[in-house]
Design a protein around this ligand. Structure first.
Ligand SMILES: *[C@@H]1O[C@H](CO)[C@@H](O)[C@H](O)[C@H]1NC(C)=O
Ligand SMILES: *[C@@H]1O[C@H](CO)[C@@H](O)[C@H](O)[C@H]1NC(C)=O
Length: 337
C-alpha cells in the first residue's frame, strides 16, 4: 500500500536565457513558463488524482515566479485550492538569504569549482556523447562561432561552472526541447524531428550529470530536503507532500539517494521539464522511487517509470532503515534550520 510521497516537480517549460532571445523567440518573459507548459502541468494534476494518497499538501519554491505558476497549475488540475499553497523557499535553497532562510552560506567559488572538477574527472564524457555533439553541430550547420568540439571544456574559475562547447551545446538542446514541449509547430529552426530531440538530449543530460550531480554541492543544497523526505516517509502519516521546484532538485536527489532511471523516449537519467520524482513507503517500511513525466509528443499523457538504487545492486525498493543508514553519515546538518 502506498502511504506517502514527496514529489519534486522540475522546472516547467521556461524560456530560459538571455543570449538566445535574439535567436529563439519564446514570446514569453525570460525564466517564465510557456502557456503550453502550464497546460501540461494542469494535465499532470488531473491525471494524478486518485493515484496519490490524500490529503495532498503542495509546497513551492515561492522565490521563483515560475514555480508559483507551476504549483498553481498543478493544484488547479488536482482540484485543490491554490490559496492553500505553502510557501517554503528554504527547503529548496537553505543558502537563500531572504525569507528567514540562509541556514548556511554557499560554498566559495574555489570549492564549487573543485567539486565540479572532481565530478567531471570521475564521470568523463563517453564517445557516444562526443559523437552526438559533433552530429548536432553538423546538423546546425556552420556559423560564425567555432564548432562546439573546438570550444574547450573547462570548469570556469570565475563561476565554478562546467563551461565550454559542451555547455553551449547542452543549452541549445534544452531550448529546442522547450520549444517542442511548448507545443510550437516547428522547433529547432524546423531541422529536428521529435526523435532527434529525444536523442540529442543525452548531451544535455551529460552536462547536468557533471554540473548538477557533484555530491559535496548536492549535500550542501539538498541535505535539508533529503532529511525532510526521510522524516515524511517515516512519519506514519497518510497523505502526499508535493514539493514544486526545479530540475536541479531531481539531479540532487538522484545524487544523494544514489538513484538512476530510464524515462523513455528520453535517454537515461533525464530530468525533463514538468517531470517529478516520487518517494513512496509501504506498510512494510519499504521505500520505492518513481518518476512521472510527459513525452512532449502533442498529448498531455503522464508516463511513469521506476527508479533503481544503484548502491543496492539496482533494487527498486529498499528498507527505510537501510536507506537511513546509507544517508546517515552524509547529510550535512549545517544547512538545516
Ligand atoms: C498543442 O497544440 C495542439 C494543436 O494545436 C492542441 O490541440 C493541444 O491542445 C495543444 N496542447 C497544449 C498542451 O497546449
Ligand atoms: C545514470 O545515473 C547513474 C547513477 O548516477 C549512473 O551510474 C549512470 O552512469 C548514468 N547513466 C547515464 C547513461 O548517464
Amino acid at each position: 500500500m502506498v502511504k506517502l510521497l514527496s514529489d519534486a516537480i522540475a522546472s516547467v517549460i521556461t524560456a530560459f536565457d538571455h543570449t538566445m532571445d535574439t535567436v529563439l523567440d519564446f514570446q514569453t518573459e525570460e525564466y517564465q513558463c510557456l502557456p503550453a507548459g502550464l497546460t501540461l502541468i494542469e494535465g499532470i494534476g488531473r491525471q494524478l488524482v486518485g493515484k496519490v494518497p490524500t490529503p495532498v499538501i503542495v509546497e513551492a519554491d515561492t522565490a521563483a515566479q515560475r514555480d508559483i505558476d507551476t504549483a498553481s497549475a498543478l493544484m488547479r488540475g488536482m482540484g485543490l485550492d491554490e490559496g492553500d499553497m505553502i510557501e517554503n523557499p528554504c527547503i529548496f535553497d537553505p543558502t537563500f538569504a531572504g525569507e528567514g532562510c540562509g541556514f548556511c552560506e554557499e560554498l566559495d567559488v574555489g570549492s564549487q569549482k573543485a567539486a565540479v572538477e572532481e565530478r567531471w574527472n570521475s564521470f568523463p564524457m563517453s564517445e557516444k556523447v562526443v559523437d552526438l555533439i559533433d552530429e548536432f553541430q553538423a546538423r546546425l550547420g556552420v556559423g560564425e562561432a567555432p564548432p562546439f568540439g573546438e570550444i574547450e571544456d573547462n570548469v570556469d574559475s570565475g563561476s565554478g561552472y562546467y563551461s565550454g562547447g559542451t555547455s553551449v551545446a547542452s543549452q541549445i538542446i534544452e531550448y529546442i526541447l522547450m520549444e517542442m514541449g511548448g507545443n510550437t509547430t516547428s522547433w529547432g529552426w524546423g531541422q529536428f524531428s521529435r526523435d532527434d530531440v529525444y536523442r540529442f538530449l543525452e548531451a544535455h543530460i551529460y552536462y547536468r550529470e557533471v554540473q548538477d550531480r557533484a555530491l559535496p554541492l548536492n549535500l550542501r543544497s539538498h541535505s535539508y530536503m533529503s532529511s525532510e523526505i526521510l522524516a515524511t516517509l517515516g512519519s506514519g502519516v497518510e497523505g502526499t507532500r508535493v514539493l514544486v521546484g526545479h530540475d536541479s532538485e531531481l539531479d540532487a536527489l538522484a545524487s544523494i539517494f544514489g538513484l538512476e532511471w530510464s524515462t523513455p523516449p528520453f535517454p537515461r537519467n533525464a530530468t525533463t521539464p514538468g517531470s517529478g520524482i516520487r518517494f513512496d513507503v509501504n506498510g512494510e517500511g519499504e521505500v520505492s522511487v518513481s518518476l512521472h513525466y510527459q513525452a512532449f509528443d502533442g498529448t498531455d499523457d503522464v508516463l511513469f517509470a521506476d527508479a533503481a538504487f544503484t548502491w543496492s545492486g539496482g533494487r527498486e525498493a529498499v528498507g527505510i532503515e537501510e536507506l537511513k543508514e546509507y544517508l546517515g553519515g552524509k547529510l550535512s546538518d549545517e544547512c538545516m534550520p
